[in-house]
Design a protein around this ligand. Structure first.
Ligand SMILES: Cc1cc2nc3c(=O)[nH]c(=O)nc-3n(C[C@H](O)[C@H](O)[C@H](O)COP(=O)(O)OP(=O)(O)OC[C@H]3O[C@@H](n4cnc5c(N)ncnc54)[C@H](O)[C@@H]3O)c2cc1C
Length: 274
């Protein structure tokens, strides 16, 4: 296997074009990829480490949005003042993510490109309606996160294309992240939920809920949120809309029925008790 570490996007795309048609893999923090190789996936002929693309590790703040470089570590995301102040659900997801060593190594972009239905950053990014910037040798395109993740482990990235940045509008919503795991830390989510909202007196003027590990991709519960906002007194009736939207499975961590029950209870509890 040959290892490469380009230090600019230009150098990366030149290398990709030289390696066209070859067996190439891209490495960010390696916390998803390396365990796969240890479990028996064959190593690629060419491994391109992105970590020297230092421009992709910064977080930029403008009046309208925050732009998170794809190589930003989970720890840097967690520690950023604007994430802490305005994107509580993302800060909380980063806080509950793995342990210290993994948080320093794993990247925000890696969590997205891995496209696990249980990825902890995903519900917050869906609920805040993140827009992703993808770059290839010819330029850039943007996609809403819901069009980027196509299924477990599947994304809209084309061959050689990189996820370069994640933009989230600064709408100043309140938010909350809830993770249910089999233990308190270093646990894959049994389910996870992000709630992004704005309260005016007793009612929600904005409500967006995204949830993971209850369908092949993270999903947003839009029908439920609309029905609840229109008629909050019928909460128990609207809960059926959550059942209709999800399709959880039994696996080693939990049964489908457990996931359904816990999800509905947690949402009901949040909407009734805050
Ligand atoms: C012990 C342990 C605990 C964990 N705990 C959690 C947890 O609590 N919550 C959670 O959600 N996850 C957890 N994970 C999974 C993992 O840490 C995350 O998914 C992490 O964000 C992956 O990022 P990475 O940079 O390490 O990705 P990598 O392993 O480097 O890459 C993952 C995939 O994405 C591709 N890729 C990465 N970056 C880019 C890019 N910019 N453009 C195009 N393709 C790219 C790679 O080619 C690869 O296919 C854990 C993993 C371990 C080993």
């Amino acid at each position: 296997m040959k290892y490469y570490s380009p230090d600019s996007l230009d150098a990366y795309f030149k290398l990709r074009s030289k390696l066209a048609g070859k067996d190439v893999a891209v490495l960010a923090g390696g916390t998803d990829l390396m365990p796969r190789y240890e479990r028996g996936l064959s190593m690629p002929d060419h491994l391109i480490d992105l970590k020297s693309l230092s421009k992709l590790s910064s977080i930029l703040v403008s009046d309208d949005y925050i732009e998170i470089g794809a190589l930003t570590s989970i720890q840097d995301l967690h520690d950023h003042a604007v994430i802490q102040a305005e994107f509580t659900a993302i800060h909380q997801a980063a806080h509950e993510f793995a342990g210290t060593q993994i948080r320093h190594r794993a990247t925000t972009g890696g969590n997205l490109c891995n496209a696990s239905p249980a990825g902890d950053l995903l519900p917050g990014l869906y609920a805040f309606e993140a827009i992703l910037e993808l770059t290839n040798a010819d330029g850039q395109r943007t996609l809403p996160i819901s069009d980027f993740i196509l299924g477990p482990g599947k994304t809209a990235l084309s061959d050689g294309e990189l996820l370069t940045a994640i933009r989230i509008p600064r709408d100043h919503w309140d938010s909350k992240f809830i993770k249910v795991g089999l233990r308190q830390s270093m646990a894959i989510s049994v389910i996870n939920i992000a709630l992004v909202y704005h309260h005016l007196e007793a009612s929600f003027t904005h409500l967006k809920i995204a949830t993971g590990a209850v369908a092949p991709t993270v999903i947003t519960l839009d029908e439920f949120c609309q029905a609840y906002q229109l008629n909050p007194s019928n909460l128990l009736q609207h809960i059926q809309l959550i059942d209709n939207a999800i399709s959880p499975i039994d696996d080693i961590r939990a049964t489908a029925n457990y996931r359904r029950t816990v999800l509905k209870n947690l949402i009901r509890d949040f909407l009734t008790n805050g």
